[in-house]
Design a protein around this ligand. Structure first.
Ligand code: ZN
Length: 74
């Protein structure tokens, strides 16, 4: 009987990173903050709510992505 024919053999263990609760909370918080910033600049930074005043550089930079994702624009 070869090794490949044995039944009940264990699957190889997956490597799981050892994250403490504090580092996991830090990673999740940073992820939410960065995702929120990306969401804001892609979808809402325009006109009166623009972070940089009446400057439209951010709006023009993400303009095609905004239309592609279905955010209202003009
Ligand atoms: Zn547009």
């Amino acid at each position: 009987m070869t090794a490949s024919m044995q039944t009940g053999s264990k699957a190889p263990a997956l490597a799981v990173p050892d994250l403490s609760v504090a580092s996991a909370a830090l990673v999740l918080t940073l992820t939410v903050v960065l995702a929120g910033l990306a969401y804001y600049f892609l979808g809402y930074d325009q006109g009166a709510v623009s972070v940089f005043g009446s400057d439209t550089h951010i709006h023009e930079l993400v303009h095609d992505s905004r239309h592609y994702l279905g955010f209202p624009c003009h």
